[in-house]
Write a protein that binds this ligand. Structure first.
Ligand SMILES: *[C@@H]1O[C@H](CO)[C@@H](O)[C@H](O)[C@H]1NC(C)=O
Ligand SMILES: *[C@@H]1O[C@H](CO)[C@@H](O)[C@H](O)[C@H]1NC(C)=O
Length: 251
């Protein structure tokens, strides 16, 4: 037959962690004895992005795929896989066309991007729960200590100030994820108000020696936590509606 046959792969995935991306293309019945009888062409979205002309031993590639290459030494073994830097990798269907003298064949491989998350869903829950537990337990120690001391005032100050860091982080997350919308602004304003309450409560607690203004401080922290929860819910909804997240560029 005049057909080249392929060891077919439907799709391959890459993640943020792949430095180089390899799109596999294996011919199983190569007959050529010399690479100068071979011709390899890679197509993406109907355009040729890489051409290797064995007769000239010369490779040309599209400017958008400047890092694309094949291993010429592997060609006679049937390996015409295309390698490129992650920055050039675009998701979609790639067509591998191989010609040797009068025989030819082609195969299509889909390149997919796979979002890797740091934690599994179960681990995510723990990552959220443990800091909250730590804060609760810290508050529990207050209950045992009872008497005002410089030590627990500074601990309290630390909690309040670190929630301020949370607000800055929240702002950052919103800006990078979807920019400012009226809802994200409302959440941030709520958090800042909660923060002001918490700081005023903290100052009153410290000045009064006996923390009579504890509820003020706690309601401030509560408001911040509530706004954080709203932010999480918002994030879930908007993120699931915006599933067309682009593969991040490496530079
Ligand atoms: C990405 O890296 C993984 C792990 O090294 C590898 O198994 C996978 O084939 C790579 N994906 C591509 C498309 O090169
Ligand atoms: C390179 O990519 C840009 C944007 O994706 C596109 O407009 C342009 O036509 C591409 N150039 C070539 C030579 O394919």
């Amino acid at each position: 037959s005049a057909q080249l046959l392929f060891n077919k792969t439907k799709s391959v995935e890459f993640t943020f962690c792949n430095e180089t991306v390899v799109i596999p293309c294996f011919v199983i019945n190569v007959g050529a004895q010399n690479t100068n009888e071979m011709y390899v062409k890679w197509k993406f979205k109907g355009k040729y992005i890489f051409i290797y002309d064995g007769g000239q031993d010369n490779a040309t590639m599209d400017s958008n795929f400047s890092s694309a290459k094949i291993a010429v030494s592997e060609l006679l073994k049937g390996d015409a896989s295309l390698k490129m830097d992650k920055r050039d990798a675009k998701v979609g269907n790639y067509t591998c066309e191989v010609t040797e003298l009068t025989r030819e064949g082609e195969t299509v491989i889909e390149l997919k991007y796979h979002v890797v998350s740091w934690f599994s869903p179960n681990e995510n829950i723990l990552v959220v729960i443990f800091p909250i537990l730590a804060i609760l337990l810290f508050w529990g120690q207050f209950g045992i200590l009872r008497e005002y001391s410089v030590k627990n005032a500074s601990g309290l100050g630390f909690i309040v100030i670190s929630t301020g860091v949370l607000i800055l982080l929240q702002y950052n997350v919103f800006m990078t994820a979807f920019g400012m919308t009226s809802f994200t602004i409302a959440i941030l304003i709520t958090q800042v108000l909660g923060y002001v309450l918490a700081v005023v409560g903290l100052c009153l607690c410290i000045m009064a020696c006996i923390p009579v203004h504890g509820p003020l401080l706690i309601s401030g922290l509560g408001i911040i936590a509530l706004a954080e929860l709203l932010g999480l819910v918002y994030m879930k909804f908007v993120a699931s509606n915006q599933r067309t997240i682009q593969a991040p560029r490496s530079n």
